[in-house]
Design a protein around this ligand. Structure first.
Ligand SMILES: Cc1cc2nc3c(=O)[nH]c(=O)nc-3n(C[C@H](O)[C@H](O)[C@H](O)COP(=O)(O)O)c2cc1C
Length: 160
C-alpha cells in the first residue's frame, strides 16, 4: 500500500517523528517524504506531522490537510506543553478541522517536544509564583522529548 510522510518541523522535533514513521514502514511503498507538497496526494495513506503553533498545527500543514480528498490520514505532532493529556486532544481536534471532506482519519499520536532556551529565559523573567514554577517545570520536562519511548510508541501506533 503506497504511503507518503508529509511533515513540518521548525526545530527538528517533528522531523524525528517523521523519520520514525518511515523506519516503521516498508521503504519501497514510500512515494514521498518531506515538507507539505501536492506530490504526496497520490499516496493511499498519508502520515502528516505538525509542530504546534498557537494551539493548532502550523499553517503549512493546515493548508495541506485542506487539499486531501479521499486519502487515509494518520496525524502525528509535537507540542511544548505535555503535562495534560486533554491538551493534546484539544490540539488534535483543532487540527482535524482542516481535514478535507472525504479524508479518512486512521489514527493520531502526539508527544512533547523541547523548546529553545530563549523560551526558558522568558519564563525566568516572569513574576515568582506557581505559574512561573509550572512553566519552568514543563520546559525542563520537554527537554527530554521526543525520546526513544515516544518514538517506540509512535511506531506501535502506526503498525498496529
Ligand atoms: C511560534 C511558536 C509557537 C508555539 N506554540 C505552541 C503552543 O501553542 N502550544 C504548545 O504546546 N507548544 C507550542 N510551541 C512549541 C512547539 O510546538 C514544540 O516545541 C514543538 O515540539 C516544535 O516542533 P519542531 O521542533 O518540529 O518545530 C510553539 C513554538 C513556537 C516556536
Amino acid at each position: 500500500m503506497s504511503y507518503a510522510v508529509v511533515y513540518s518541523s521548525h526545530t527538528g522535533n517533528t522531523a524525528l517523528l517523521a523519520e520514525a514513521v518511515r523506519e516503521a514502514l516498508p521503504q519501497e511503498d514510500c512515494i514521498y517524504f518531506g515538507t507539505p507538497d501536492l506530490k504526496a496526494l497520490t499516496a493511499e495513506t498519508i502520515y502528516v506531522g505538525f509542530w504546534t503553533d498557537k494551539g493548532t498545527c502550523d499553517a503549512s500543514v493546515a493548508q495541506f490537510l485542506q487539499e486531501l480528498t479521499h486519502q487515509k490520514v494518520f496525524l502525528f505532532g509535537t507540542a511544548g506543553f505535555g503535562g495534560a493529556p486533554d491538551y493534546f486532544e484539544q490540539i488534535l481536534n483543532r487540527v482535524k478541522e482542516n481535514l478535507g471532506r472525504g479524508a479518512e482519519l486512521t489514527g493520531t499520536y502526539m508527544c512533547q517536544g523541547k523548546m529553545p532556551m530563549s523560551v526558558r529565559a522568558r519564563y525566568e523573567q516572569m513574576e515568582e509564583g506557581p505559574r512561573r514554577t509550572a512553566m519552568l517545570e514543563n520546559f525542563d520536562q520537554a527537554l527530554h522529548h521526543p525520546n526513544t519511548e515516544d518514538l517506540v510508541k509512535l511506531k506501535a501506533a502506526i503498525v498496529k
